[in-house]
Design a protein around this ligand. Structure first.
Ligand code: PLP
Length: 289
């Protein structure tokens, strides 16, 4: 891994990118982030990522110290300084900043802004060609009244614990339920099933991150005549689906072929998933913003 990092505007390699242990991002996990990637060297769906970042910041009462254009310029500075054989992975983190050991936000008047840029690495081709195995994990997704999953928060313990369970059980991803037992999303991606030709994903009210890829897929679906809907999903809906897939910025749409070792549909990547993925890629390659 060779990353180029901007810490409050100072661009270095990964060894020299340092942040104070008194940063409240480190001390308390108080901060928010976005993960983007480029297509044709341009951050894809940048405005949507910025919209979500502002909403995340608002939900933790953090004022972002830049305009969208200013941040775009800082990202460009960082990608320009990086060695990128192809496309870039871009992670932007904003924390509460450095201050005394107190939760009082007055102690941290200046947010810290970190931009991590590294080469984007596609998931293995086999994941798209053969699909992946996922497991439904016992770790429950945060109740929206605690740390709301709507916040793309640097405090990732909920997802990290769920991912650890998935890894232990041999899953490519872990599907998390909410406190009502309804399906929500995976630990780093959103979940879709396909039933009778319709792609269905749990509603935001189930308590999940409003994925940018998820959001974009509603539009892609309507362009190519595949209905994409929100509906409450339970375990039985997933086990009884014709197809299933997961979505994220870095993984686009990956077919799910087994859940807890049980085959989904035919146990191979399905045609609706393939059509949505192909249309998504076309849009991305056209570098629509
Ligand atoms: C918990 C969670 N859900 C969903 C997603 C997918 O979101 P996006 O499509 O914006 O990458 C992510 C991405 O990292 C995530 O961490």
């Amino acid at each position: 891994m060779s990353a180029t990092i901007s810490v409050n505007g100072r661009i270095t390699g990964e060894r020299d990118a340092v942040i104070s242990v008194f940063d409240h991002g480190f001390l308390y996990g108080e901060g928010i982030y976005e993960t983007m990637r480029t297509y044709q060297s341009r951050p894809f769906l940048y405005e949507r990522h910025m919209r979500r970042m502002r909403r995340s910041a608002e939900l933790i009462s953090l004022e972002l110290p830049f305009s969208d254009d200013e941040l775009a310029a800082r990202i460009r500075e960082t990608t320009d300084a990086a060695t990128l054989p192809d496309e870039a992975y871009i992670r932007v983190l904003v924390t509460r900043g450095i201050g005394e050991l107190t939760y009082d936000p007055h102690a941290t008047p200046t947010p810290s802004v970190v931009i991590i840029v590294k080469p984007h690495v596609d998931p293995p081709r086999s994941a798209y060609e053969h699909g992946v195995a996922v497991v439904i994990v016992d770790v429950v997704r945060n109740h929206p009244g605690t740390v709301n999953p709507m916040i793309k928060s640097n405090n990732l313990l909920n997802c990290a614990l769920a991912a650890q369970e998935a890894i232990r059980r041999g899953g490519f991803e872990g599907v998390m339920r909410n406190y009502l037992g309804e399906l929500t999303e995976c630990t780093t991606s959103n979940l879709f099933i396909v039933k009778d030709g319709v792609a269905v994903t749990p509603p935001l009210a189930a308590g999940l991150l409003p994925g940018i890829t998820r959001e974009f897929l509603f539009e892609i679906g309507s362009e190519i005549g595949i209905a994409v809907r929100e509906r409450t999903l339970k375990d039985a809906d997933l086990f009884g689906a014709d197809e299933a897939f997961l979505t994220s910025t870095t993984r686009e749409a990956i077919p799910i072929v087994t859940v807890n070792d049980r085959r989904i549909g035919s146990g191979t990547p399905g045609p609706v998933t393939a059509k949505l993925l192909a249309a998504f890629r076309r849009a991305a390659e056209e570098a629509r913003v």
